[in-house]
Design a protein around this ligand. Structure first.
Ligand SMILES: Cc1ncc(C[n+]2csc(CCOP(=O)(O)OP(=O)(O)O)c2C)c(N)n1
Ligand SMILES: [Mg+2]
Length: 639
């Protein structure tokens, strides 16, 4: 018996004795209803005039249903996995997918996590998985992750449930979860959406959506599924077939324009290749290497994907400004932010740009960005004056550009190209040497330096077949790109292109799902702030047995934002002693190892002594190699 503050007492038996059935029903207690005397139950259904004559409580046995057909179409697209948080607006499809199709299912605790998982998966696998969301509320939760995927040009294949017919909605929840035009919330950042009105319409739109998502520039698509279409039987007079997915020809740049670009490259004294989201496959990396070696020219990897081997002598990414400054021709591959690559930006006092490129430098841009743009969201970046724009898939165009360059390299230029390559090689060697020296600063410090964190992690995984699933939501801390020998497209998949925090942890889980069948170990350097947006994904990793190592870069706060506030306070000469307010994750410190443990993930830490880090990582890698997730909480410095 519990004693309440007002002095009255309340116990379960007393409550039951005094309660009426009506009040118990109002409490919504099915247990209480079960215990109520039988004779006090309502005698029968309260039939309204509109319902008169309608059979009630007749068990319905369905031997076919629309959602089985939907599942067949989904299967025909080669979709193997689903990530989602459940909701009754897609109950029909949910049931068909688990019982009829028996698809591989990944339960998520938040729609943002399920879409980010699908994003991370597609970046490794090169094709989408399915993600589902519940009506209005699920799609609203999913929206920022969709935005990240859209800015990243990643094919996310999404469906949401909805009940269009107002006369069929149950009172209450089904009304607030239904909507006239579900996709309106996200239409600005999906490539295509549709609301199928029949199963035939669904089949055609599902195949069309897949095709649109996978045609460069790749991007998310959304189908809104009416509940009746899923739940109802197959219409007797509708002859259903599964529409065929076409074989897609690659999107190759215009041959004349490709020849012009090749001529510019061959004639240039200092050509530079700049790549951002080009390295979506191993072929793309290998082709960029072939082109760079042919020309013996500098390559700048902007990091939207893994575009170029980190230890290749022509990789000049760490001295990008120097090579861009001396370039007379720049050819960009899937690089939307060419302005950013050719300018510096200062906002110390007022926002202004300075050009890095010299006047007269010729700019060529090859990419799918030239084929697609939307108005409202501004991910297209500042307008850049380009000399030659080639709308195409850069990876598909590279073999033709290589051929065109081969045909045009004059014999008497070969010696000069070799000398150029040697000069770049030496600069690369010097840069790596300097970076290794820089990495030693604060080697024994506690909190642990970010370079030590990256170096210890490299030591723990370098002999494995490894993949960085994501690095927080941005590319910080970026020591892995400086210190690690990265060669494969799956070694790194880039940041959250929309800059939406909460991407890193679930995107890495999606990458782990894709890497799992290859026996690859997925690792992620995980910002503490980023992790706290969707920590529930750790449970998904445990539940789905995803082999992934989360190394928490725990600087105990939103460090980037703290630096921004410090700069602002400095500018106003008010001191930085209060800049932690709103940016620190302390008082109390979050114990990530305990959080992970509670979510079923083996965990280590918090590690504060740098000498403890190597052994902890070794133990965590052993867990991951057994096929399970692990987390190491590393109390680290800011960046
Ligand atoms: C959804 C969202 N909210 C807020 C921000 C602003 N923001 C940018 S970086 C950052 C800090 C992220 O913290 P953490 O992952 O710990 O990285 P750190 O800056 O500490 O290295 C925040 C809050 C954002 N980018 N996205
Ligand atoms: Mg942080």
């Amino acid at each position: 018996m519990s004693k309440r503050k007002d002095g009255s007492t309340l116990n379960r038996r007393g409550l039951l004795k005094g309660a009426t059935v009506a009040s118990l029903a109002a409490l919504g207690s099915s247990q209480a209803m079960a215990q109520a005397p039988a004779q006090s139950r309502p005698a029968g259904p309260n039939v309204s005039p509109a319902d008169a004559g309608r059979p009630r409580e007749v068990p319905i046995v369905q031997d076919n249903c629309g959602s089985d057909y939907m599942a067949d179409v989904i299967k025909s697209l080669g979709i193997e996995h689903v990530a989602c948080n459940p909701g009754n607006s897609f109950r029909g499809l949910h049931e068909s997918l688990i019982n009829y199709l028996k698809i591989d299912w990944h339960t998520c605790t938040h729609e943002e996590a399920s879409v980010a998982m699908a994003n991370g998966y597609a970046k490794i696998e090169g094709k989408p998985m399915l993600t589902l969301a519940h009506g209005t509320v699920g799609l609203q939760h999913a929206s920022m992750a969709l935005y990240n995927a859209w800015c990243d040009r990643v094919p996310v294949y999404m469906m949401v449930g909805n009940i269009l017919d107002a006369a069929k909605r149950a009172p209450g929840g089904e009304w607030v979860h239904s909507v006239q035009d579900a996709a309106a919330t996200v239409r600005d950042f999906v490539k295509w959406d549709d609301v199928p009105g029949s199963l035939t319409h669904f089949g055609e739109s599902a195949v069309r959506a897949y095709n649109i998502a996978m045609t460069p520039p790749r991007a998310p698509v959304l189908l809104v599924l009416d509940a009746e279409l899923q739940d109802g039987p197959l219409p007797p007079h509708e002859k259903l077939t599964i529409p065929r997915l076409p074989k897609m020809a690659p999107l190759i740049g215009d041959p004349g324009a490709v020849a012009e670009a090749a001529q510019l490259l061959v004639n240039a004294a200092n050509p530079v290749l700049v790549a951002d989201r080009c390295g979506c496959s191993q072929a793309a990396i290998d082709r960029l290497v072939e082109l760079a070696e042919l020309l013996q020219c500098a390559v700048v990897d902007l990091g939207g994907r893994m575009n170029f081997p980190s230890r290749h002598p022509l990789n000049q990414s760490e001295r990008a400004r120097a090579v861009v400054r001396e370039a007379d021709v720049i050819v960009a591959f899937e690089a939307e932010n060419l302005w950013g690559a050719t300018h510096t930006f200062h906002d110390a006092v007022e926002r202004h740009y300075d050009a890095i490129i010299r006047p007269g430098t010729r700019l060529v841009s090859i990419g799918a960005a030239h084929l697609y743009v939307k108005a409202n969201y501004q991910d297209f970046q500042r307008f850049t004056e380009i000399d030659l724009a080639i709308p195409a898939d850069a990876e598909a165009t590279l073999p033709y550009l290589i051929e065109a360059v081969k045909q045009r390299v004059p014999l008497d230029r070969k010696a000069a190209m070799t000398t150029r390559g040697e000069r770049l090689s030496e600069a690369h060697r010097q840069t790596i040497k300097r970076l290794k020296e820089d990495a030693l600063y604060g080697w024994d410090a506690s909190p642990i330096s970010t370079s030590r964190l990256a170096a210890e992690l490299w030591e723990a995984i370098r002999t494995e077949d490894w993949s960085i699933g994501a690095v927080g939501s941005n590319n910080r801390p970026s020591w892995h790109r400086r210190l690690w020998d990265m060669t494969k497209y799956y070694h790194f998949t880039g940041p959250a292109a929309g800059g939406g925090e909460g991407y890193g942890a679930p995107a890495a889980a999606g990458a782990a799902l894709a890497n799992k069948k290859h026996g690859r170990l997925t690792v992620t350097i995980q910002g503490d702030g980023d992790l706290m947006y969707s920590p529930g994904v750790l449970w998904t990793c445990a539940h789905s047995r995803l082999p992934i190592l989360y190394v928490v870069h725990n600087n105990r706060g939103y460090h980037q934002e703290k630096l921004v506030i410090q700069r602002m306070a400095n500018r106003r000469q008010r001191g930085i002693d209060r800049s932690h307010i709103g940016c620190a994750l302390d008082d109390p410190f979050i114990d990530y190892a305990t959080v992970a443990k509670g979510l079923g993930v083996a965990s280590f830490g918090p590690i504060t002594d740098p000498d403890d880090l190597g052994p902890a990582l070794k133990k965590a890698v052993a867990v991951v190699k057994r096929g399970e997730p692990a987390l190491v909480d590393v109390v680290s410095q800011g960046r």
